[in-house]
Design a protein around this ligand. Structure first.
Ligand code: PRX
Length: 630
């Protein structure tokens, strides 16, 4: 959401918040981390378990292909589970889970380790080996983190595809990663209905050639087709003698691939971001500990989906590395009533809530009476992620949910960064809408086209100047694109793809994407994917997609299509096209509106000028049109 002016209010944390905070002097921590960056990260890494210690903290000899903790061996899952089993956390709850239909399950660290070991043994017996890719396409059930952890435990590489994606998006990701195994559910509950995940996976598998087996978790119990020789039930496999209770964690190199996560970029197909065991572990562990100020007795709830980076870093890995108790919820925030979240916060005594502005705006619409019916006094810290938070939503979150006691951690980061990059900590004075300053040790800047820093309150490109442990290592199978996309525009600096301003206090104000990525309800989608879904329909010749401001979603997708000869426009047709996109890509990608046009504004080299479409739709000046075809 565009910020027209920078609000000047400062919210200072209370003495109570500061008194409890792990970090009380932010400036001292920044000075320490900037003074000796490698020492800073090494000190954090020392708190974790390594089978063998590193020789070098940062190896930048092959930059921008940076390596961290080289020479070390570890396993992130050993650190998430086994490390705690050996101490007092053995019986502590790792996960509490509530299904949308009211089902409840909980796992102690001991139990979670056992389930992960069992499934890791199942994976091995299915022939999954170190380095193999496994696609996970599931709803928000405990078996999702279990599957991720089981893969990582044996050194396999998981590729989680968000359960809100559908056929083509899934097929493309399976194919690109050459996964031989897919793990899915029969279905997922969402707003009282069943999302038929297994049926979607079946259809995707007709388009993806590499898959040999599919493991299916029974969640909804409705009828699904099981293909003999390919499909197996999770619960049946877990009951076999091969699913033994112990499976030692594979000793892997710190730089061994942990997972692929596909995300949308400027052009073409989604790209596979690659993260590795060692650095990602240190980054997520450290940032969660300080930013959400994790204490032993906390109950923490990150309400994202495990299928996105927020879920990977701050539902699965970060919380388990910190030995905290996390709450997981399966369904929609307003089902069956708009008090569902508030009811669960009260019921489970949640202390830390981390969510996205779109969810806050969505729940805000129902009014204050819903949250006010519940005792939310357990909350201590709130968090926001995914897009800029507008001041109205910030204030509502702060007053109605946090009762003006809870500081809001507005965390800016990306799939690529793996961890929080611009974020406050509880001791830091806040300005609504700003993520405050970079995390200690991270050097960021706002620059002009030439790569020079711009002055206070001037808009420019947001860049990162130095490497950090949980940075992506490359784009899987596409190292050239990694360099081109992230390290070419401003040599030596990482280009985030965002524009931002920095004010006179050094606080950052992220404005939004400068590329063809659209953030819809915090979800990251590419215009290219939406357009290719549209032109895969036989009636469409050409398509262009743009994002326009939306009150709840932040942005909504608007598409323009040119029809193939012989087809005439009408509501029926545009409805069909919208449904087609939802079927191919997923309901999150369904365009708000589709307009049939005769031509699209293009450059002379044939590139669609989306900014012209956007300016026109908003009634604004389209700017420089010198490259326009006609
Ligand atoms: O544009 C920024 C926006 O989300 C992008 C990254 O999207 P994704 O890789 O899907 O990761 C989202 C969750 C980490 C960024 O380039 N973004 C993320 N957090 C914020 C944000 N914009 C403003 N404020 C934030 N706190």
């Amino acid at each position: 959401m565009q910020k027209k002016e920078l609000p000047g209010e400062m919210y200072r944390p209370s003495a109570e918040v500061i008194g409890r905070a792990r970090v009380k002097d932010w400036n001292a921590m920044v000075a320490e981390a900037e003074g000796d960056n490698q020492k800073f990260w090494a000190k954090e890494a020392e708190e974790l378990h390594w089978f063998r210690k590193w020789d070098t903290v940062l190896d930048d000899s092959g930059k921008p292909f940076f390596k961290w903790f080289t020479g070390a061996t570890t396993n992130i899952v050993y650190n998430c589970l086994d490390r705690h089993i050996e101490n007092a956390r053995r019986n502590k709850l790792a996960f509490l889970w509530e299904g949308e239909n009211g089902d409840f399950r909980s796992y102690s660290y001991f139990a979670l380790r056992r389930e992960v070991c069992k499934f890791a043994n199942v994976l091995k017996s299915l022939g999954v080996q170190k380095g193999d890719r496994v696609t996970i396409y599931m709803g928000r059930v405990p078996e999702l983190p279990i599957a991720m952890l089981a893969c990582a435990r044996i050194g396999a590489i998981h590729s989680v595809v968000y359960g809100g994606f559908t056929v083509e998006a899934l097929a493309e990701r399976i194919d690109d990663s050459a996964s031989r195994l897919v793990i899915t559910c029969d279905g997922a509950y969402q707003r009282g209905k069943v999302v038929p995940l297994k049926d979607i996976a079946d259809e995707a598998l007709q388009r993806a050639a590499t898959v040999e087996s599919m493991v299916v978790v029974k969640r909804t119990g409705h009828d699904v087709k099981m293909e003999a020789g390919r499909d197996m039930w999770y619960h049946e496999l877990m009951a076999l003698p091969i699913a033994g209770n112990d499976c030692p964690a594979e000793v892997v190199d710190a730089e061994h691939p942990l997972f692929l996560l596909y995300t949308s970029g400027t052009t073409g197909k989604p790209k596979a971001i690659l993260h590795t065991h060692g650095g990602y572990m240190v980054g997520t562990y450290t940032t969660l500990k300080y930013v959400f100020d994790i204490h032993e007795e906390d109950r923490y709830w990150c309400a994202a989906d495990p299928g996105w980076i927020t879920g990977h870093s701050y539902i699965v890995y970060g919380p388990l590395l910190n030995g905290t108790t996390s709450f997981l919820y399966e369904g929609a925030p307003n089902y069956p009533y708009p008090n569902r979240w508030w009811q669960m916060i009260e019921k489970y005594g949640i202390n830390i809530l981390y969510t996205a502005p779109t969810a806050i705006r969505g729940l805000m619409r129902f009014g204050d009476a819903w949250p006010n019916r519940h005792d939310l006094s357990s909350l201590r810290i709130l968090g926001s992620v995914g897009e800029p938070i507008n001041p109205e939503a910030w204030k509502w979150y702060h007053t109605v949910i946090g009762k003006e006691r809870c500081p809001i951690m507005d965390t800016w980061w990306q799939t690529e960064t793996g961890m929080f990059m611009i974020t406050p900590m509880p001791c830091v004075p806040l300005k609504p809408g700003s993520g405050t300053r970079p995390f200690p040790g991270i050097i960021m800047d706002v620059v002009n086209e030439e790569g020079q820093s711009v002055g206070p309150n001037e808009e420019g490109y947001l860049v990162i100047r130095n490497p950090w442990p949980s940075m992506m290592r490359t784009l899987y199978n596409d190292p050239d694109r990694y360099i081109k996309q992230y390290w070419s525009q401003f040599p030596g600096s990482y280009m985030t793809g965002d524009s931002a301003k920095r004010d006179e206090d050094g606080y950052y104000w992220v404005i939004g994407r400068v590329d063809d990525v659209i953030k819809v309800s915090g979800y990251r989608l590419g215009t290219a994917e939406i357009e290719s879904a549209l032109v895969s329909h036989p009636m469409v010749a050409e398509a262009a997609a743009i994002g326009l401001p939306h009150e709840v979603k932040g942005n909504a997708i608007h598409a323009y299509v040119i029809l193939r000869a012989g087809n005439s426009p009408g509501d029926h047709l545009t409805d069909e096209l919208r449904s087609h996109v939802a079927h191919e890509l997923g309901p999150i990608a369904k365009p708000e509106k589709i307009t049939v046009v005769d031509s699209l504004p293009k450059t002379r080299s044939g590139k669609i000028m989306r900014r012209v479409l956007k300016a026109r739709a908003l009634g604004k000046d389209p700017g420089n049109l010198s490259t326009l075809e006609e």
